[in-house]
Design a protein around this ligand. Structure first.
Ligand code: ADP
Ligand code: ZN
Length: 315
């Protein structure tokens, strides 16, 4: 059956590694390959090597989908559409990704943030199926979030930057470094709870903090403020929390508890009371949300192209 589905090349472009694969869906993901993010030249050479090998092995892919670390240019009218733009990552400012791949492979290339890709993947195949509006947040090296509303990924001035939502500083913190770790903001989510911020604030790597460490109550406090604000502003049907830091078993129950407390009975929905376990959830696709999301982006782009050529043949 999978032979009938178009083959898509998927690229999850991350700050530490690019993960590439080709496939048709979650049950057919081939040749998953990790390429370290070093210099743009070296990493992108690795990507094209992967794509060309996959092409000779499986035949042409119909589209390429890319979910990328950012900020990225998503404005099709811009001269730098398809570029990673003002990233603090050394050497990666204004890196041409999409135009280069289009020129080389002559197929539609879909392009979005890594977290918008992940929310789409979860919506199609994971913990957010038929659940709209849907939000996906990752708390890992950094914090980011993607938003899907009415079946569409949200773009606007740029794209959602949920990781930098402003929140109150955690109360009575005993962290060694109490200041917010973000170079831009005095008190934002990423500055308190990213893996990088946790390591700086508590002096040990986030994965080495024991489950009963006070850091986790603070992570829950900060996250619950962000989730409350998102719930009030976007009214999502579900919020998915992924990334290394959220893989601690105790953290989702702590966040749910604090979110209920912050809501204080105001939004009278079961999702913020007895059904909160179905409202704040772990990713259904595990660590594959981003990669499958990139595949989903490629699939959507292909459908869009097919729709367009069907329209033009009617006209
Ligand atoms: P990335 O964000 O780089 O794509 P991850 O989502 O794996 O990758 O996040 C890496 C961060 O998550 C690191 O800061 C690491 O310390 C932290 N991390 C990874 N596993 C755990 C864990 N089990 N508990 C707490 N923190 C973790
Ligand atoms: Zn910030």
């Amino acid at each position: 059956m999978s032979e009938e589905l178009p083959l898509i090349a998927a690229i999850e472009a991350g700050g530490t590694k690019f993960v590439c694969a080709v496939g048709t869906g979650p049950h057919d993901l081939r040749d998953v390959t990790r390429i370290p993010t070093t210099t743009p030249e070296e990493t992108l050479a690795g990507v094209t090597r992967f794509l060309s090998t996959a092409k000779s092995k499986y035949g042409s892919f119909a589209a390429i989908g890319i979910g990328s670390f950012g900020p990225i240019d998503l404005d099709p009218k811009s001269e730098t559409y398809g570029f990673i733009t003002t990233t603090p990552k050394p050497g990666w400012q204004f890196t041409n990704i999409v135009p280069k791949l289009k020129e080389r492979y002559h197929v539609p290339v879909a392009w979005d943030t890594d977290v918008n890709a992940a929310v789409l993947g979860e919506y199609l195949w994971g913990a957010g199926q038929d659940t709209d509006p849907l939000i996906y947040i990752t708390v890992g090296t950094g914090v980011g979030g993607g938003v899907l509303i009415n079946g569409q990924l949200v773009h606007g001035l740029l794209h959602p930057e949920i990781g930098h939502l402003l929140v109150p500083p955690p109360q009575n913190s005993s962290a060694i470094q109490q200041a917010c770790h973000c170079p831009f903001h005095k008190s934002c989510v990423e500055g308190y709870v990213s893996g990088t911020a946790l390591a700086s604030r508590w002096g040990v790597k986030a994965d080495a903090l024991p489950p009963d460490h006070p850091a986790w109550e603070e992570v829950a406090d900060v996250m619950a403020h962000a989730l409350m604000n998102l719930t009030l502003s976007i009214s999502p049907k579900r919020i998915i929390l992924g990334g290394g830091v959220m893989s601690q078993e105790q953290i989702l129950p702590l966040i749910r508890g604090q979110l209920k407390r912050l809501n204080n009975g105001y939004l009278r929905v079961s999702e913020l009371s007895r059904n909160i376990d179905d409202f704040i959830v772990a990713p259904g696709l595990g660590a594959r949300s981003g990669l499958l999301g990139a595949l989903a982006l490629g699939k959507y782009e292909l459908d869009r192209h097919a729709g367009r050529s069907a329209d033009s043949s009617v006209a």
